[in-house]
Design a protein around this ligand. Structure first.
Ligand code: ADP
Ligand code: MG
Length: 363
């Protein structure tokens, strides 16, 4: 359905030209669900925006159903009609009701009668679970509901492919699920989709293929199984290992404990880790910070889950710390009494002039 060859994009509105997309090549077939993952700033949004010409590429070809959409003679509004887009910030028309948001496009751009457009809108709103909100204004909706309306509005234009740019990134964590569930439903119905997302478990479940983007190229692509479990290239492996865990950087003991707790809970729920294990992790992290870890510089805490071994690793990287953290008598007492029973193994090793403590716990 879409073939991209040597796509490049240079932003030159700054002092010096900045090449965001260097050489993007890919194919998207009808019915595929492609998740695009990768670090921020690597051109994922720019790539999506080039696909429907919200951004004008600097070079290369984008062929949609046999037509090169970069050709001057291409009817770009016809191409855009085939490609719906759902944005991080919903972009609803805030002065229009939910129903009007979903009828305006078909009436104005597809020449549908108002009655027909309303009938379709109600069906779509029902599909995303919001039939009851047809008369509401966007300001009366939660973020998750707004995004579901945005999806219904996108579907109202009968797109052949939907491009999602981080559809859940602006949402409160409690609302992520309802939006992902609508996207999963579209996937089951065979809708072709390209989704930029940081929701890795979702990407793994829903996608036919994953594109890992970094540095302005699709650096590695493959099935979810390959990309998440055995990527073959070094930057992919590094990225996948990093996103499996969560990181906190502390500079004092007065840190945001509630924030950390909720990040740990979200992490555990993402990997379906039991609640008592989540409690264990929170306890260990709190105790270590409050009483055990020296704060001679930055401390980086990493919580990491190995799906294969069903183990959690909690690492504390302590800057400017040459002494063994767990050998001091006082510390050893606290540690032994409160934390050691929770751990399977403990390592405390020098790392240059720093110290790395790594605890392993079972699930
Ligand atoms: P991602 O979606 O992977 O986070 P983006 O495609 O949004 O990355 O952006 C890639 C890079 O391009 C970023 O460094 C960003 O600052 C830059 N960029 C994006 N849009 C513009 C623009 N309109 N003008 C200049 N630079 C831009
Ligand atoms: Mg982006």
């Amino acid at each position: 359905m879409i073939t991209v060859k040597h796509l490049s994009k240079v932003f030159d509105d700054k002092e010096k030209p900045f090449m965001v997309l260097r050489d993007v090549n890919c194919e998207i077939k009808r019915g595929e669900v492609i998740s695009i993952i990768g670090p921020s700033g690597t051109g994922k949004s720019t790539f999506l925006r080039c696909l429907n010409r919200l951004e004008t590429p600097s070079g290369g070809e984008i062929i949609v159903d046999g037509v090169n959409i970069l050709d001057k003679n291409t009817d770009i509004s016809a191409v855009r009609r085939k490609m719906g887009m759902v944005f991080q910030n919903f972009n609803l028309f805030n002065h229009l009701s939910v129903l009007e948001n979903v009828t305006t496009g078909p009436v104005k751009l597809l020449g549908m009668s108002r009655a027909e457009a309303e009938k379709q809108a109600l069906e779509l709103l029902k599909m995303v679970g919001l039939a009851e909100k047809a008369g509401a204004m966007p300001s009366e909706l939660s973020g998750g509901q707004k995004q579901r309306v945005a999806i219904a509005r996108c579907l109202s234009m009968k797109p052949e492919i939907i491009l999602f740019d981080e559809p859940t990134s602006a949402l409160d964590p409690t609302m992520v699920g309802e939006v992902l569930s609508v996207i999963r439903q579209l996937a089951r119905q065979g809708m072709t989709m390209a989704i930029v997302t940081h929701e890795m478990k979702f990407a793994k479940d829903v996608s036919t293929r994953i594109f890992f983007m970094t540095d302005g190229v699709i650096y590695e692509e493959g099935t979810p199984e390959v990309i998440f479990n055995k990527p073959s290239k070094v930057a992919t492996t590094a990225f996948i290992n990093k996103i499996r865990g969560i990181d906190f950087t502390l500079t004092s003991r007065d840190c945001d404990f509630p924030g950390m707790d909720s990040a740990i809970e979200a992490f555990c729920s993402k990997y379906a880790i039991a609640e008592d294990v989540s409690e264990k992790i929170k306890n260990i992290v709190r105790q270590m910070i409050a009483e055990i870890i020296p704060m001679n510089g930055r401390v980086v805490i990493n919580v990491d889950y190995s799906e294969k071994k069903d183990r959690i690793y909690i690492s504390f990287f302590c800057e400017n710390c040459r002494e063994a953290i767990l050998s001091d008598d006082r510390v050893a007492t606290i540690f032994d009494a409160r934390i050691r029973p929770l751990c399977m193994t403990v390592h405390d090793d020098p790392d240059g002039s720093n110290r790395l403590v790594r605890l392993k716990i079972g699930c």
